[in-house]
Design a protein around this ligand. Sequence first.
Ligand code: BEZ
Ligand code: FE
Length: 289
Amino acid sequence: MRNVTQQNISDVVIAALSADIPARNREILTSLIRHIHSFCIEAKITHAELIAACQFLVRAGHISDDARNEFILLSDILGVEVLVDMLDHKVTDGESESTVLGPFYRENPPVLPKGASIIQKHFEGSQTVRVNGTIRDTAGRPISGVIIDVWEDAPNGLYEQQDPEQPDYNLRGRFMTDANGEYSFVGIRPAPYPIPYDGAAGELLNYMGHHPWRPGHIHFMIQKDGYQGLVSQIYDADTQYLDNDSVFAVKESLIGKMNQTPAGSDTDLVMQFDFKLKPLAGQTAIAAE
Ligand code: BEZ
Ligand code: FE
């Protein structure tokens, strides 16, 4: 096609897709091409703006490495990660809601016994919280042997891998539910923190006139053979930014209350938070007796 016009350009580019590509490639590219062309037309993108966007993506690439993925942050700031997570994990049977993984998960956290603390370093003025809960299937039966990875930021707003002053794997742990489907651990009341804004993510936030802050939360990754895995976060009901999270990841069902404990308790606060997992189709789920 030699006579490419504004009217036919999408069809022309789509027609250039090889007949041999997988059906999913075709589906993704057809939609992407149509939407990106419509976007350029609707927003009247100039050549200077296109070049500026390409240079912005180069800066995002330069600041990314194995420990930092600026592109995930960009997708978070635009609400894309949370949208894709909602599409991937539609709630169908009353199972707990998922939310974004974020960039700070680390594999193989310390394996700890039920009730143990994930705190390796004391922070002056921080409040300790015991988090207890039961993991059940969607029929309400407790599930034993569920693996639960938890991670949270320190009171200075930094995850341990962002902060050379914190011990390796501070505020991370892997727990397992007992025969009654119960888990328990001790952490710190999670502090609100700004997502990293010293790179392209910060540039995008400035362009949007938006702030980088996230409400205080504890991350959970919950896995058990025969059940749909759950990546989620629980939010402190009394934290700031519940209504204006910079990455749009808060869900009402994930907000939990941290209550003061009676005098003599081993933590300042206690929170109960239960989860429900959905059995995988075609599997006979084995719940705890
Ligand atoms: C987090 O919760 O750790 C997070 C999520 C999205 C972007 C940045 C951080
Ligand atoms: Fe986080």
